[in-house]
Design a protein around this ligand. Structure first.
Ligand SMILES: [Zn+2]
Length: 276
């Protein structure tokens, strides 16, 4: 099986959740051995991903305010590099909470969301422009000043196609903002194959900052900033993740749903790229 980034050979690394993870022999990219297609995308992101727990969100609506703050936080970071707010495309937008955070800082934009029910909530309840679909199959004549991918790139089934599309949709000097899990992080190394993000088939690609940057250089993207997001998650989300790892445990019920606490973001990174 060839590497989805550089097309060189790969070898099996280890098996988890019934899937083999493979490592590229050339660029070291790690990915799931799977033949994914659009059907796979809609299958993973059906309603249960957002409402049924498991590797997704136990109650997406509860994340709303936190995601909105996150959008504002990134808009503030971007203000150092962009002359003025512009038009953005948020990939994997769900009901549009990240977009709302950017809108608080005068950005306007469109969201892309594979799950129609969630997209509909965004359109009808929050009056956001959320369209159903994936980046790979998105067709538009519009160009954007920013494309944001917050916890999205790990789920791409065809990263090359996705980033080629991203490049074609961006204006000259447009920005690409990515937040994803860091497979070179301390926790990823300590936990090895038990790292919580090795959860195929919801997650398909595992990047490092260096690997992602090298890959994006080939698409004409230059890294201009990076860092680690600080993240707060709700008790409901934390419980759903812990249940997924540990199984049902009555102690987990002691965590209040509405209580939010900082999540160790040591294994997450964000990076801002500019189209050259
Ligand atoms: Zn490779």
């Amino acid at each position: 099986m060839n590497c989805p980034l550089c097309s060189k050979n790969s070898e099996r690394a280890f098996e988890t959740h019934g899937f083999w993870l493979r490592d590229c022999v050339a660029c070291r990219h790690r990915f799931t051995e799977i033949s994914a297609d659009e059907a796979h995308v809609s299958e993973i992101y059906d309603d249960s991903y957002f409402t049924g727990g498991g590797a997704g969100y136990s109650d997406y609506a509860q994340e709303a305010e936190m995601l909105r703050k996150r959008g504002r936080m990134y808009a503030e970071k971007l203000a150092k590099y962009a002359h003025k707010p512009g038009r953005m495309l948020d990939v994997g937008a769900a009901a549009g909470f990240i977009l709302q955070g950017f809108a608080d800082k005068n950005w306007s934009g469109t969201g892309l969301e594979p799950n129609e029910n969630i997209a509909k909530i965004g359109r009808e309840q929050f009056n956001s422009d959320i369209r159903r679909g994936s980046l790979e199959s998105f067709e538009t004549n519009e160009k954007f000043d920013l494309i944001s991918m917050i916890q999205v790139v790990a789920h791409f089934y065809d990263p090359r196609k996705a980033f080629e599309k991203a490049r074609s949709l961006l204006n000259e000097n447009g920005f690409l903002l990515i937040e994803t899990w860091n497979r070179d992080s301390f926790s990823a190394r300590i936990f090895g194959k038990n790292w919580h993000e090795y959860s195929p088939p919801s997650v398909l690609q595992w990047f490092s900052l260096a690997g992602l940057t090298e890959f994006l250089n080939n698409f004409g993207f230059e890294k201009i900033a990076h860092g680690r997001p600080s993240k707060k998650i709700s008790g409901a989300h934390a419980k759903s993740l812990l249940k997924y790892r540990l199984g049902d445990n009555y102690l987990l019920n002691l965590i209040p749903d509405k209580f939010s606490f900082p999540y160790p973001s040591e294994d997450l990174f964000w990076a801002l790229y500019k189209k050259k």
